[in-house]
Design a protein around this ligand. Structure first.
Ligand code: FAD
Length: 369
């Protein structure tokens, strides 16, 4: 913890979401001295609001940029089991991978045609899916309404609880000796006379000198102070509203992740469900809206009428870090001394293990140089 006006570390991480925490933990494990600075609570950005789907297959889309996202998503999904086990051990708490698989659902003829089209894409990419008739889908998930027309099963698309992940990463960081500075107010990048990043200026005025600053400020990465605007990464906030629900009758109503046009339901396996999410280009407007909530519930109710029996625990709002082509920005930033780990858009939880690895590879080079 900073005690004076000036501190010196190998790596300063700006942002305490899943990405910043994972990078900090991994960098410290490489023997580097690390300080992580978070303006609010750890995970209080998008990470604790996220649904936690690890869904490379369901997220697959057409186009070149989508293809590179898919490749990253698949690599990271493959890393998740070992990452969760190692993190659990380092933190002393279990990091639960919910291996439920996912059903992609169509409700009418148009949606069924679109699902067929995306199924052909997945086949052409060698992604494992299974086409199910409506009756087969309803045999797997009896809570589904007769409105289901067609389903595609993605057996390897799983989920985690991001709150469990943040708690584990926070503990692992502390245990490993990362200096974690939460509730610190907004930090700014500190430059030298040549325009290179030489550290962070904390909200209390202290300077943290660092060989490299890792910019992991999620949707706020494009507006961090200190750098000229043209040197900041091109990241914009994409608002998402999301509901957390609980079944008073306990677990079992839905066992797989269900995805459909306009939303998804993620079961936590203990009677809790996450119902998401709106995708809105509204800047940093964090107000929940009646219209957003209505749409989430309406879409889900058409497929799972039983959701009206669930208790509402929380309505969350946060911001996905979007880039122009929605490909994450992981690597050298717009000034010497800056490394970006941002722009993960809809897949930041999925991409946490891969991002930490890529950042550590880059850091090893930077610190040795
Ligand atoms: C509704 C919703 C559902 C989602 N569902 C999924 C999903 O199912 N699967 C998936 O993989 N991804 C999902 N995502 C995306 C995922 O949440 C993000 O990609 C991921 O959390 C990004 O992590 P991060 O650490 O980069 O950003 P964040 O978690 O937003 O963390 C950035 C942190 O930086 C801090 N910060 C910002 N500026 C400063 C500053 N100047 N000084 C200090 N600290 C600062 C913020 O307070 C924040 O805590 C979802 C997102 C939303 C909004």
């Amino acid at each position: 913890m900073p005690t004076g006006r000036h501190h010196r570390v190998d790596i300063a991480v700006l942002g305490g979401g899943a990405i910043g925490l994972a990078c900090a933990w991994r960098a410290r494990r490489q023997g580097l001295s690390v300080m992580l600075v978070e303006r609010d609570g750890l995970g209080s950005g998008a990470s604790k609001v996220a649904a936690g789907m690890l869904a490379p297959v369901a997220e697959a889309e057409f186009g070149d940029a989508a293809r590179s996202v898919l490749e990253m998503n698949l690599r990271s999904a493959a890393m998740w089991p070992a990452f969760a086990a190692e993190l659990g051990q380092a933190a002393g708490i279990e990091v639960k991978l919910h291996r439920s698989g996912t059903l992609l659902l169509a409700r009418d003829a148009d949606e069924a045609r679109e699902l067929e089209r995306s199924s052909a894409l997945r086949d052409s990419l060698g992604l494992q899916t299974r086409r199910l008739r409506a009756s087969q889908a309803r045999a797997l998930e009896p809570a589904l309404a007769p409105t289901v027309r067609l389903a595609l099963e993605a057996p390897d698309d799983h989920s985690v609880d991001p709150r469990n992940l943040i708690e584990a990463l926070a503990r692992a960081c502390t245990r490993a000796g990362v200096q974690v500075l939460a509730e610190a107010g907004p930090a700014a990048l500190e430059l030298d006379a040549d325009g290179a990043v030489r550290g962070l200026r904390l909200h209390d005025g202290s300077i943290v000198e660092a060989t490299t600053v890792v910019l992991a400020a999620g949707a706020w990465s494009g507006s961090v102070e200190g750098l000229p605007p043209e040197a900041l990464p091109s990241v914009r906030p994409v608002k998402g509203q999301i509901l957390r629900l609980r079944d008073p009758a306990g677990p079992g109503m839905i066992t797989r992740v269900l995805r459909y046009e306009g939303g998804y339901i993620v079961p936590r396996g203990d009677g809790r469900y996450v119902l998401g999410a709106t995708v809105e280009e509204q800047g940093f407007d964090a107000s929940p809206t009646a219209g957003g909530l209505y749409e989430l519930l309406r879409q889900a109710w058409e497929l799972v009428p039983g959701i009206t029996e669930l208790a509402i625990e929380e309505l969350g709002v946060s911001f996905r870090p979007g880039t122009p082509d929605n490909v994450p920005l992981i690597g050298p930033g717009g000034a010497p001394g800056l490394l970006c780990a941002t722009g993960h858009y809809r897949n930041g939880i999925l991409l946490t293990p891969l991002t930490a690895e890529l950042v550590c590879q880059a850091l090893a080079g930077a610190v040795a140089a």
